[in-house]
Structure formats: structure tokens, C-alpha cells
Design a protein around this ligand. Sequence first.
Ligand code: ADP
Ligand code: MG
Ligand code: MG
Length: 874
Amino acid sequence: TQRVFTFGKTKSQGDASMKDLLGGKGANLAEMSRIGLSVPPGLTITTDTCAEFHTSGRQLPPGCWEEILEGLRTVEAEMGLRLGDAAAPLLLSVRSGAAISMPGMMDTVLNLGLNDACAAGLAKRSGDERFAFDAYRRFLDMYGNVVMNIPHHLFEEQLERIKAERKVTEDTALSAADLKLVVAKYKEVYKSRGKVFPEDPYEQMRLAIYAVFDSWQSERANVYRSVNGITGLKGTAVNVQAMAFGNMGLTSGTGVCFTRNPSTGERKLYGEYLINAQGEDVVAGIRTPEPIDTLARTLPGAYQQLVENCNLLEKHYKDMQDIEFTVQEGQLYMLQCRGGKRTGQAAVRIAVELVDEGLVTTDEAVLMVEPTHLDQLLHPQFADEEAYKGSVVGSGLPASPGAAVGQAVFDAEDAEAWKSSGLPVILVRRETSPEDVKGMYTAEGVLCQLGGMTSHAAVVARGWGKPCITGCSDLQVDEHNKVARIGGKEIRQGDFLSLNGSTGEIILGKQPLAPPELAGDLGRFMKWVDDRRVLKVLTNADTPEDAEEARKFGAEGIGLCRTEHMFFASEERIATVRRMIVAQTKEARLKALADLLPFQRTDFEGILKAMDGLPVTIRLLDPPLHEFLPDGEMTEVCEALARDAGVTVDEVYSTIEKLQEVNPMLGFRGCRLGITYPEITEMQVRAMFEAAVRVIKAGGKVQLDVMVPLVGTAAELANQESLVRRVAKQVMAESDTVVSYRVGTMIEVPRAALQAGAIAKTAEFFSFGTNDLTQMTFGYSRDDIGKFLPIYLEKGILVNDPFQVLDQDGVGELIKFAVERGRASRPDLKIGICGEQGGEPQTVAFLHEVGLDYVSCSPFRVPIARLAAGQAAV
Ligand code: ADP
Ligand code: MG
Ligand code: MG
């Protein structure tokens, strides 16, 4: 097997399609070389090799080193330089790069190949001693840090001391002689830590390659993969590449740029650069970078090349690109390109504009926006941006848009601790490092004193759609004492803070949020999505308000209305429900039910009106009755209930006792209630149909679907169905109105799935209740799964939480079986799903394949389900 792939002017062995094997960086370096951009030549060691390296106890597989050397020869030939040759020294970068980009999580070493002799040779050959020793001190620092585990700050302190002695603030102000001194001091740092700097460049290269492989397993890389759900990768590739020098004076420099704005999507180069610097300087925030526009003035030739390259790359990749470049004495070199991470807002705008520019088709555009992007767009915004103006205490760079509200904390550990006790936090830092990822992930938003728009915090936050403000010079963060000062105010740990990541405003206090809207570019985009979609998207809504909200998000009906949620809406309602439960005679129960009817009717009327003829699926009473009883001390509870219902305390006590269950989820609930107490079903059905009649009489349209829960046998459904039809007929006759309705059932007991053929003889529709179906298929109690699920996920026994992502192999098989049997006995059977998983993209794609008619999910997930359904159909 080939383990090393070279790229260069004359020949590149890899290309963009080989990301799994060469990593994203390696594959794209090869591709850029292929299409003729100027890329320093190099070689890529495969991700497979990384896996072998780790399984064989940190050893390169046999023959691999020879392959590396062979690749190195082609690089040397193209450059006319040789590694370790003092007369013509080749310098290398050794870079990580996995198949999925993990910004800043793994290691890179620059300027490799230097020792005293080669540094002198480099000075002589370039005629620039200052440059040569600048490269040397950078190498000693990075190599010490990445390969030798010497803390970076030890080097930093030496540098700062010499800068202070010379009374300069910028590294670039140090002379060649100063830098020689820095080099000498750095070597002492190695000694003081008992480390030996390898003088042999080949040994340097070998150890750097090992270090990059090791960084794949580092704590922060593991955390990053786990928070981002990145699984199944083999390892990182290693790219060994000739250096391009951005530190050769005022006609050199380095920068990063996006071909479009990654926050807003605007079509305009967006990025930063530094003159006379190397790559890491931009990201590390040591010097303040310049905005990319000004490169047109400082290095016009290079800027022109950059613009041309960006256009070429967008045409080639048909997407917005994130680019790293270096200018060496006026000549531009491309060092990296990849599809740029972007916010939801940018994703939609870019997809729409690429269609308008003729670069992608609408089909391709539909696939360019991820469900998580839409999720971000649907996150709340500030209710009123004018209202908080008085509380704005300062502003920084709008690094990642959106509104965030939470309590200030000053380190990643506090962020996690507060969040796990249920408190939303804003992480406030001087700067963030890759160690902070988990804290950033748990925070609602991130505020950083330092850093630019492309700093670590900004890139990571944008990837998650988390509001972030960086580069806030008015802010003084004292992490040690957990306090920040801004605009004459103090922010202490626990103080409420609001961030507007779209404007960069920092606002004191807890500002009110409001839901977002689906208009403009998003409206156009969703139209393309809907044009392709086969699955209908309904919503789960229990109140008229939810129903209206969901229609705004594009819901095409209600797939699940849980009527009992409305029992808790007022004291009066719940008291009536309790009277019904403790009633000792049928008369008393009928009286309580009669009192309950108007409440239900009002709610149903509101919901039916909001949906105006779209299907509204109302489920009959489902939960065990004891869920409606009050909590508290038993004798007090019984006395209160007895007083209110006009029965004796003993009677209440024995009723409650009878309702106690060992296993309530498998107990007296669902259709078992309506079969035992037909009067409950009768009341509910009457309320539904009377509501329908009112809506129709007021000129509205109605499609009412009555749904029987927890059916396991055809006879259970038949029992309830005849009841429903009898009451329906009565109400329609009384009011002389025809209501369009269907009777159907949930499929949530495994037996119902197995008996789908028989059940479909009665049922006009099926709705898979995948919460219960998952619970009963696995035999996992949904409320107790927390005890073992984390362990199952960690050990890989389960890949996902089956209550969030449908278990396609097990529960999915039952669904397929039931669909097939159901449709065989009733070809026009309407089939949908109403569990939590109904809005989850992988699940939606699966259900599209299985041929369901609709999915139903919570109102906020409706657009996500629409997108997933549209994408599944492309
Ligand atoms: P990351 O994946 O963390 O961005 P990179 O491998 O891209 O790491 O490298 C880190 C920095 O080093 C980047 O800013 C890049 O521009 C710079 N760099 C990498 N290779 C070279 C090279 N061959 N010449 C000059 N600079 C380089
Ligand atoms: Mg990079
Ligand atoms: Mg259920």
C-alpha cells in the first residue's frame, strides 16, 4: 500500500476526492497544485498510517520512512534545496490534517530543518541574517513546544525580556543580533528543562511526524471530536511541505481569508493578514492583523493574485472557501483551502447567491445548508434591539452572530459546572485556547478581550452557531479574580450579561429574546426545499398558540395534540379532572366530565381554527390517571380532594391506592382508560366534534383525525372506534353539520406493529409513537435510561440515543413491517410518525425511504424537518 503521496508543480499524486486517506488539507493541497495554483511542494502521509502508528505502539510501518525520503527527494528537486544542506537548506513545515477539519486542535511545526550550520547557510543564501534567525527562533519555540513538551511561555518570557530591554513592543522591531540572542536563550530553555535539541534535520523531521500523529490522541482533540460528534475517522494525515516565508521583510506577509463573509454570507473577501510574519502570528493574536482590503494598497500584486485565486477556487469547488496564504517577497503562495465554516445566516445567503451566479443548481443549493444551520437561524434574536441601547457597556468584533443571554463565568470549568446545574452562562475570557472548547460549547455565548475575526474563539463559535464577540479593547478581563471591567462598570461572576454577536454589542442584564422569522433569502431557499419534498411535515401542538407558531414555521397540520396537557392550564381545570378521578359513582363522574367538556371544546376550537382545514390529529386521553393527582403529604391530599369532590376521605384514599402502579408506563393508560371508562372517550369526542361544528359554522374548514393511543390488538381499536363514530354521528345529527373526520391509531406497542394488517382494517391512519415504541422495543424505560445510556454510548454499544435518533435496525424494521402490512390491507392508509425523532434529520431521511406520508415534530423543528425531507428527496 502507498503511504506517501507527493504534490508539486509537475505532478500531484492525490486530489480533492481523497480526503479520507489524505485528510482535507492534504487532498486540497494536491488539488490546488493540480489546477495550477502556486503551492509549495510537499508530501502527505496517509491517515491509515496514523492508525497503524498508534496500534503498533508509536512506530512507523515498515518501509514508510523510505517512502517519506523518496517523496522528500521530489520536493528537494523542485525547490533546488536539500534538507540539512547548509549551502542550500530546505526548510519544511510538518502539518496535521484529518478528513474532517478540527481547527487548531492538532499540531504543526514550521521552519523545520534548521540548526546552527543551516541557519548560517540560510542567512548567507538569502542575504538576510535577520530573517534567518527569526526563522530559527520560531522553529526552536514551536519544536520545543510541540515535540519536546516544553511550555511555550518559557520561550515567550525570554522573548518578552529581550524586547523590554530593547524597548520595543513588536517582534519585527528586533535586529538580527537581538534574534541571535533570542536563539541562544531558547537553547538554554531546552537545557534548563533537561531536553536535547536534535541538531540532525532528519531526526527533527521524524520526531515532528511522530508528534503530529500523537496530537490526534491529545485530550483537546478527543474532546473536540466528542462534542462535535465526529466518529469513525482513522487518524490524521501528516503534510510535510516546503516553507513559504512570510517573514522576509515588508514585501512578505501571511494571512487567512474567506472568499465570502462567513458570518453574513456577503460576497466580499473577508480576512486578515500581517506583514513580515508567519502563519501562527495571525491566529495567535500576538500582533493585531490588518483587514484584507488594505492588502490591495500594501501589496497590490499579491492582492491581485489572491483575488484571482479566490475566484478560481470558488468556480472549481462551487462553494465558499477558507484560505491560508503567505506572500514571500511579493509572490503569493496558497497554503490551504477548504469549504469555509459558516453561520446559518451565511449558509442560506451563500446557497441562494451561488444559484443566482449560476455556479450551482437549486438541487445542489438545497444540499448546501445543514440542518444545524437552520437550527441556528431559528434560535432567538433580541426582541427589540432599540430597547437595550441604554444598557450597552461596550462593543467588540461581531465574530459570530445571534443573541446570547446568561450569567458571566470566567473559565471553562466554571462554565461546565454552572451549566450542569441548569444555569445558562456567558464565558468571558481574555483569550480562548483550544483547551476551552468544552466550556465554550456549554456556554450560551463567548466574550473575548483579545483576538480577531479569525481567532480560535471566533472560528469555533461560528462552527457551532454560538454568538461570540472578540477583540473588545474596552474590556479588561481579570480571570484570576473572576471579574471584568468595561465602560466604568464591573462584571462579576454570576452577573447577567447579554451579547449581540451580530453587532458586537455587550449589554448588561438579561435582555428579552424573541423567535426569528422565515423571510427573504430563507424564504426563497425553503421554497426550493418544499418543491422537492415528498414527506409532509406536521407538528406536535397542544394549544392554539403552539398551533399558530407552528404554522408560521410551515407546519402542514397537527400530527399530535395531547389533550391532557391542557388539563393543567388552570386551577379550575385540574380540580375538575381530579373530581372526575375520585368520583365514586358513574353519575358523579359524568358530572365532572360535563364540567370538563367546555374547556376541551374551547381549546379544540382554537386549534382547528388555526389549522383551517389542515389535518388536526387529536389523541384520546393517554397518561395514567395518577399523573393528575397532587403531590404532597397523603392525608392532606386526600382531605382536600374529599372536600372538593364531596366524597369521604376513605373513598379518596382507596381510589388513590388502587391507582398506584408498579410500572405505570405499562399500566392503566392509553386506550385501556377509554375502554374501562367509555364516558371519558365520549366526552372527549363530543368536545372535538362540537368544536369542529362551531368552526365550520363560522365559515372555517376542518379535517379532524381522532387517534386512539396504546393499541396492541385490533379489538381494542374496534372498541374505541365504534364509540367515536357513534358520538360523531350524534353531534353531526344534532347540529346538522358534516365534519370530515378519520379514526386511526398510534402504533407504539410492538404487538400493534406486528398486527398492523388486522388493525388497518379499522384504522384509517397510523401514527408511529416512536417514544413508546422505542421504549417497549428495547425494553428501556425512557425515564431511567440516564443511568446507563452514557456508558453504552462511551463503549459503543449504542451509537446514538435511540430516543433522539430513531433506531433504524430494530424499531425501524418494525416500522417497515407495519407499513407494508398496513398498506396491504388498506392501500390509502395514511402513515406518519409523532415521536421526538420526527424532527431529527437522519430519521427523516430514513422515513422518506420507508415511504411514510408525514412526520410530526415540535414547532421549532418544523423547518429542520422540511429541510431534511427536501434533502432526502434530492
Ligand atoms: P492548522 O490546521 O492548525 O491551521 P496548519 O497546518 O494549517 O495548521 O498550519 C498552521 C499555520 O502555519 C498556518 O497559518 C499556515 O499558514 C502556516 N504554514 C503551514 N505550512 C506552511 C508553509 N509550508 N509555509 C508557510 N507557512 C505555513
Ligand atoms: Mg490551517
Ligand atoms: Mg405513547
